[in-house]
Design a protein. Structure first.
Length: 61
């Protein structure tokens, strides 16, 4: 993530970094189904966490 997001959520940053790491590892080991299956799970976790953050921000308004 960019350094411009000073108030960014640390869990979201960790999930995005984990997804990027899984993608790099999968590219190096295309036959390894573990990495291929982990990426959609991380996408779902990122999506769900973004929904939670959105609801929290909406409640603050």
């Amino acid at each position: 993530m960019g350094r411009g997001l000073e108030s960014g959520d640390s869990r979201l940053a960790h999930l995005i970094q984990a997804k990027q790491t899984a993608q790099v590892r999968w590219k190096g080991h295309r036959l390894n189904c573990r990495w291929r299956n982990k990426i959609p799970d991380l996408n779902y976790a990122i999506e769900e966490h973004c929904k939670v953050l959105s609801m929290q921000q909406w409640d603050e308004v």
